[in-house]
Design a protein around this ligand. Structure first.
Ligand SMILES: *[C@@H]1O[C@H](CO)[C@@H](O)[C@H](O)[C@H]1NC(C)=O
Ligand SMILES: *[C@@H]1O[C@H](CO)[C@@H](O)[C@H](O)[C@H]1NC(C)=O
Ligand SMILES: *[C@@H]1O[C@H](CO)[C@@H](O)[C@H](O)[C@H]1NC(C)=O
Ligand SMILES: *[C@@H]1O[C@H](CO)[C@@H](O)[C@H](O)[C@H]1NC(C)=O
Length: 376
């Protein structure tokens, strides 16, 4: 018996290891805007990424859902949550099928507490989901039932108030993201309409959100959309949608801007709006941000002691309106979701220089808006 186990382990680790490596695949779940036309998206789609050839293989519709524009994996990788970006905002819970790769099974849904939910985050314990509702500028926290991944009625809620200088986009508050820091006591929520970062205290015992501050952005008209922390949380990077800039903030003892930098080459003057931003997940030496209009990814080097950014590269996304992109957890590939050209485009990342190179690998999907990876 022991000999047999030994043999299986031995074979598994050496002779047959290529088989086992191929079996370890990365699945992409892709959120979309849906429609009724024959070619319109019907929900959340799945693809598998071959990490040696960078080929994307379509696995089809993971599950039908109305406008699942933002998707989020539970830290256990057992469940996926989607924001149904509709006037009557909802969040849907799905179980990740372990027998059929790229399939999701509906569990339940709950109100997102507002209109136009566009962003989700989760605490590391996996007990609560946080949602930003763009249309009416509200945020909410929803408890997760740990026994089956289902969502409960929201336990925390806040209405952002404010507006700013842009007559079209900033007449009222528009919450665009909400993200807990590592200590998970505080959350930051960027509001594009109010030009403010709202700061919350979160109480996991009762799931409530208490607003403790609202910090104005560095410049009127910034339109803050998404924000990220570096891992030691000395710095916060905020993508300003309306100005195509990143503002670097120090985080402690309070948010303080230390740099504002354009995401566009200086000779580009046509309209453009930033969308997603991410640090390189392994080194954090590089920051990536998408430009909708210039239709590019801008790459910056990050000085890790000062937080300061310097431009390295602008590369075409080979499509239109790069609403979202994501970097594989191993830091080797960056895949862009081009919402208006209906394609996913795979870039490889040089780990030493941060520079992106198009791999030539692409896939079609209607109005992709969010990519999340499940590494199996
Ligand atoms: C749907 O896609 C097919 C294949 O690309 C194309 O021939 C057809 O015109 C499209 N239909 C619509 C309504 O866009
Ligand atoms: C592909 O993924 C496997 C399993 O995670 C890993 O062992 C291998 O190094 C990866 N190969 C490349 C080229 O990234
Ligand atoms: C939630 O719990 C915290 C900490 O015990 C308490 O201060 C707060 O008042 C509670 N909030 C609500 C809405 O019950
Ligand atoms: C980071 O910035 C500091 C202060 O300007 C400088 O001394 C240091 O050389 C920089 N580090 C890198 C890697 O550029």
């Amino acid at each position: 018996m022991y000999l047999l186990l030994f043999l299986i382990c031995f074979i598994g680790n050496s002779w047959f290891s290529p088989l086992f490596v191929n079996a370890a695949s990365t699945i992409l779940f892709v959120g979309t805007y849906t429609g009724d036309g024959a070619n319109d998206s019907k929900g959340i789609y799945a693809f598998s990424l071959d990490n040696t050839t960078s080929t994307l293989t379509p696995l089809g519709l993971a599950v039908a859902a109305p406008n699942p524009s933002y998707v989020l994996l539970h830290p256990t990788h057992k469940y996926l949550y989607a924001a149904n970006e509709e006037t009557n905002g909802r969040i849907s819970a799905f179980k990740i099928d372990t027998s059929q790769p790229g399939r999701l099974t509906y569990i339940n849904q709950q109100s997102s507490g507002g209109a136009g939910p566009c962003y989700l985050s989760i605490n590391r314990a996996g007990g609560h989901i946080f949602v930003a509702n763009y249309n009416d500028g509200t945020v909410a926290a929803l408890p997760i039932d740990g026994s089956d991944g289902s969502l409960k009625t929201y336990s925390g809620f806040d209405q952002h108030v404010g507006g700013s200088v842009d007559p079209d986009r900033q007449r009222s508050a528009h919450a665009h993201c909400i993200l807990p820091d590592k200590i998970e006591q505080n959350l930051l929520s960027a509001d594009l309409g109010a030009d403010k970062i709202f700061v919350y205290r979160f109480f996991p015992n009762n799931g409530s959100l208490l607003r403790i501050n609202a910090v104005s952005t560095a410049r009127a008209g910034d339109g803050p959309r998404h924000l990220i922390f570096n891992s030691n949380e000395k710095f916060v990077y905020i993508a300003n949608e309306l100005k195509s800039t990143v503002t670097v903030y120090s985080y402690f003892p309070s948010l303080r801007p230390i740099q504002i930098i354009s995401t566009l080459p200086s000779d580009f003057t046509s309209p453009s709006y930033v969308a997603e931003l991410l640090l390189h997940p392994i080194s954090e030496k590089f920051l990536y941000i998408s430009n909708r209009g210039h239709d590019s990814i801008a790459v910056f080097s990050v000085n890790q002691s000062t937080g300061i950014l310097a431009p390295l590269q602008y590369i075409s996304v080979q499509g239109q309106n790069p609403r979202n992109f994501n970097i594989t957890p191993d830091g080797k590939y960056l895949i862009v979701a081009n919402q208006n050209s209906n394609n996913l485009v795979v870039f490889s990342i040089d780990p030493a220089t941060g520079i992106l190179t198009a791999t030539g690998s692409t896939a079609q999907v209607s109005k992709p808006t969010c990519i999340k990876y499940l590494v199996q």
